[in-house]
Design a protein around this ligand. Structure first.
Ligand code: ZN
Ligand code: ZN
Length: 185
């Protein structure tokens, strides 16, 4: 991301401290979750698979994402201990769990429509289901085939008003969702 390593480390440490103070959840991280893109023909036929850090929990996605962005909202910050996350939204119909193990789930009390699923073994948050919007979100795309990466490449920084650090890249910076809120930069 081109961030100065020392600034990023300071932000990560500060964020982790705040997260520990703000929640009683078991310590977890998103850093192990990964999305692997495979490419079969054109983007409409693209399938994505993802898993937690340890591989016990996995899922598959079909088609193109509705949104792919770096999210700087305070929920993402507090839940992950990271200054921002890469989130990718798909219609719920595009998402399928592909593992047999049980899932741990967490719901923020004032946002009962959104369930965040975690691996019970490694603790990585692998996906969230939003029943109000009819969407699933996954995170942490790893670069797969270059063409497939283009389909899940972040297009914006969202909820940038609550950022913990500036990100001097060329992507648009938005107060809320891309194209549906004030553009900050
Ligand atoms: Zn796991
Ligand atoms: Zn967020």
């Amino acid at each position: 991301m081109g961030l100065p390593p020392t600034r990023l480390a300071e932000a990560l440490i500060g964020s982790a401290r705040r997260a520990r103070a703000a929640t009683t959840m078991t310590a977890t991280t998103l850093s192990g979750a990964r999305v692997i893109a495979t490419h079969r023909g054109n983007l409409d036929e693209m399938n994505l698979t993802g898993s937690c850090f340890c591989g016990v929990v996995s899922y598959a996605l079909s088609g193109k994402p509705l949104l792919s962005a770096y999210c700087h909202c305070t929920n993402c910050q507090r839940l992950t201990g990271c200054p921002f996350v890469h989130t990718i939204h798909f219609p719920a119909s595009a998402f399928t769990w592909t593992h047999a193990a049980r899932l741990d789930a967490f719901v923020i009390p004032d946002r009962p429509w959104k369930t965040r699923f975690r691996c019970p073994t490694c603790g990585a948050c692998v996906a969230s289901a939003n029943s109000k919007a009819g969407k699933y979100s996954v995170g942490r795309a790893a670069r797969g085939a270059l063409e497939a990466w283009d389909a899940v490449r972040p297009t914006a920084h969202i909820f940038y008003g609550t950022r913990m650090l500036d990100v001097p890249d060329a992507l648009g910076k938005w107060e809320g969702y891309e194209g549906a809120s004030a553009r900050l930069e």
